[in-house]
Design a protein around this ligand. Structure first.
Ligand code: IVH
Length: 697
């Protein structure tokens, strides 16, 4: 069979249009190349998709099918050839015929003026020099070689004269043309630029690493470098890298335009991405203004930049200026202040937030980073300290980008001194000396002194006075803040001994409104136990839980003495809420405040015992036997009692139902004999849930 006559049974073609001959397929493949290259360029270089994804996929697969059928039509510049190469065992070396230079740096305006003076002096020019300005992309430099418009080699910069051949990986970067667009391609063209990882790709890559418990990349530049230096190009293909060109390397057989900016414009017509922020300015003043503009825009860009590169725009002038050691005299990188610097962690302070959250804060040897001097940085919480494995005495890297609060990015382990100290969470609040609690499963540690803690005072009093709590009419947030700031109150209790004169002296407070406020405070003394409980601001005790606590314990004394089992017997109170309640009452400072409030005259009508009629299992007698797997028998009894049931010790004809766990013995037998309803543990849990008791939550 000739190659023009593919088998009708070729599976790649089985459900497609009738197969074409080689000549027709060659023509179609060329059309598809053109369409796919254009679509790729529109999508990845211009950010302006020209084809719907589905259509792109369809054309792509059509080309793949043709290439499968006629392997002789497969070429390295085919749009299908971005991935798929076999992993390498090592990279081969390439020499750069035109050395890949680096840049001198300028760190301030004076350095820039000096650069400009040198340039003007050497060119013997009194006219303003024309400069091309480009963001300095924070990625890695690569060289791309095109022969007759087709990408034939991609290489790293290496030491400037010898780099590594990374062609397979370069092909996977979607914004790099495999074949130049447009026309008049030089027989040989070397385009240079930066491969970089956009911020969003970097973040998703690191999120993934975190989820898989793998090591994260330190910054987008490292991630780009690590991704490009993969021997298996399939890995590179999964990293979303971009390429932006910034200079010409070798060129043979064609005349290039006389200005750097025009060369870039030509590159753009050939299908390369050029930086959208690039501009041409006149003189050093133009450079400084551009630097300022970009410094402000920097954090809004989708990629990292670490400065601005200024290049003399006229190529003839560039040639006149030449090079010194490894850097051109015609270009300079004006760096932004570094966003990361090293310093020493001298200690850790603990701050108490408005809601009692305790935040460890790093005390640092002051360091200039991101344009300001930083002497503190948040460490967030103890989990973060563990994750960073940071100790006092460590050298740490501080990161500050834009206006974002500085953070400790990582520890420089090589510099850890022998006497580095572990960081311990405090056991008592640095503001009010109450206990610090951290419940199992919670990341944040909190001060338990909600009622007395200076850091939490304003929030606690605002909550206390709010409508669903003590409902003090007229005691809004602003007044609470004034009262605390003026030291007229430091806890709830003080509200009840406020003097009219001092209230009336507050800003924007007339005598009449002061009188009204005191009357409202007096009024608030008459409340309900549930409202009072809610007003205390116990963590996770909302209005409903407060009502359930009231209904169950009936008075404050019983609640103050309740243990974990008694608390979890209350409908809707699980072990976590119960623990919050226990911690709250275990704090002596809180007890003092409650006593003070009761002495001030807060009172409520006696809570009527919910009688038989009110409770769902009233007048029913239950017996509990056997071993329950999820709770103790006493806990089960507590739940039943809270629902109004009587719990008896033995089964009789009066028994309504038997709750029977594992290894139930004679009681189970007797209940069966008497034909009494038997609930296994599962049925019992369902019964509780039906009445709002969710054990274990
Ligand atoms: S021009 C002879 N332009 O900065 C000039 N470099 O420190 C060579 N870079 O290795 C470079 N953005 O990786 C140039 N717009 C830009 C750049 C840029 C980033 C990097 C490049 C180079 C390093 C020099």
């Amino acid at each position: 069979m000739s190659p023009d006559q593919p088998s009708l049974f070729d599976e790649s073609n089985a459900d497609n249009a009738p197969s074409m001959g080689l000549a027709q397929s060659r023509e179609r493949a060329a059309e598809l190349h053109e369409q796919l290259h254009q679509a790729n360029h529109a999508y990845f270089v211009l950010d302006d998709p020209s084809l719907p994804d589905a259509e792109y996929d369809r054309l792509f697969h059509e080309l793949k099918d043709i290439e499968r059928q006629f392997p002789q039509l497969l070429s390295t510049d085919s749009p299908t050839q971005r991935v798929g190469a076999i992993p390498l065992s090592q990279f081969s070396q390439v020499s750069h015929e035109v050395a890949m230079l680096s840049l001198d740096n300028a760190f301030n305006q004076e350095d820039m003026h000096e650069f400009n003076r040198r340039v003007s002096g050497r060119l013997d020019s009194s006219a303003a020099i024309e400069y091309a300005c480009e963001p300095k992309l924070d990625g890695i430099a690569v060289s791309l070689l095109y022969a007759d418009g087709v990408l034939v080699r991609g290489a790293t910069r290496g030491d400037g004269s010898v780099g590594e051949n990374i062609t397979q990986n370069i092909r996977t970067v979607a914004s790099i043309p495999l074949k130049l667009l447009g026309s008049a391609h030089p027989p040989l063209l070397e385009v240079r630029g930066e491969v970089y990882m956009p911020k969003s790709s970097f973040e998703s890559l690191n999120n993934l690493a975190r989820e898989n418990n793998e090591k994260e990349f330190v910054n987008p530049r490292n991630a780009a470098a690590g991704s490009l230096r993969q021997l298996d190009a399939k890995i590179t293909a999964h990293r979303r890298l971009e390429f932006c060109c910034y200079s010409l390397g070798r060129v043979e057989g064609a005349e290039m335009p006389p200005k750097h900016s025009e060369i870039l414009a030509q590159f753009s017509r050939w299908g390369f991405k050029t930086n959208a922020e690039s501009r041409v300015v006149q003189g050093v003043e133009g450079c400084l203004a551009y630097y300022q503009q970009l410094a402000e825009k920097r954090h809004g860009l989708s990629y990292e930049i670490d400065g601005i590169v200024f290049k003399v725009n006229q190529i003839a002038q560039q040639q006149q200026l030449g090079f010194v050691s490894r850097a051109p005299r015609w270009a300079i990188a004006h760096k932004f202040p570094a966003q990361e610097e090293m310093t020493v962690l001298e200690g850790v302070d603990f701050q108490v937030g408005r809601t009692g959250a305790i935040t460890p804060v790093a005390r640092l040897k002051p360091v200039f980073v991101g344009g300001v001097t930083v002497s503190n940085a948040t460490l967030h919480n103890m989990d973060e300290i563990k994750r960073l494995d940071v100790r006092i005495g460590d050298t740490v890297v501080i990161h500050r980008a834009g206006d974002v609060i500085p953070k400790v990015a990582r520890v420089v382990l090589e510099k850890r001194p022998a006497n580095a100290q572990h960081i311990q969470m405090l056991s008592r609040c640095p503001v009010c000396d109450s206990h610090i609690e951290r419940l199992a499963g919670e990341v944040i540690a909190r001060c338990a002194g909600g009622l007395v803690c200076g850091a939490q005072r304003k929030e606690a009093i605002k909550h206390f006075a709010s409508r669903k709590a003590m409902d003090v009419d007229g005691l809004g947030d602003k007044i609470v803040e004034q009262l605390v700031d003026e030291h007229l109150i430091s806890s709830f209790v003080d509200l009840y001994s406020l003097a009219l004169d001092s209230v009336a002296q507050l800003e924007r407070m007339a005598q009449k409104s002061a009188q009204n406020l005191l009357a409202a405070i007096e009024d608030s003394k008459k409340t309900t136990l549930a409202k009072f409980l809610y007003s205390l601001g116990i963590r996770e005790v909302g209005v409903t839980t407060a009502q359930n606590l009231e209904g169950h314990f009936l008075d404050m004394a019983a609640l103050r003495e309740a243990d974990l089992a008694a608390l979890t017997a209350v409908p809707d109170v699980g072990p976590i809420v119960a623990q919050h309640i226990l911690n709250f009452f275990a704090e002596p400072h809180n007890q003092v405040v409650i006593d003070g409030l009761l002495e001030a005259g807060i009172h409520w009508p006696e809570v009527a015992v919910k009688t038989a009629e009110h409770l769902p299992l009233a007048k029913q007698t239950f017996v509990v036997t056997g071993t329950l797997s999820l709770m103790g028998r006493d806990e089960a009894k507590g739940y039943l009692q809270s629902l109004g049931a009587k719990v008896a010790g033995s089964v009789s004809a009066k028994t309504h139902a038997l709750v029977a766990g594992e290894k139930a013995g004679s009681k189970l037998k007797k209940a069966q004999d008497l034909d009494i309803e038997i609930l296994d543990e599962e049925a019992f849990i369902r019964l509780l849930a039906a009445h709002g008791i969710h054990h274990g939550q």
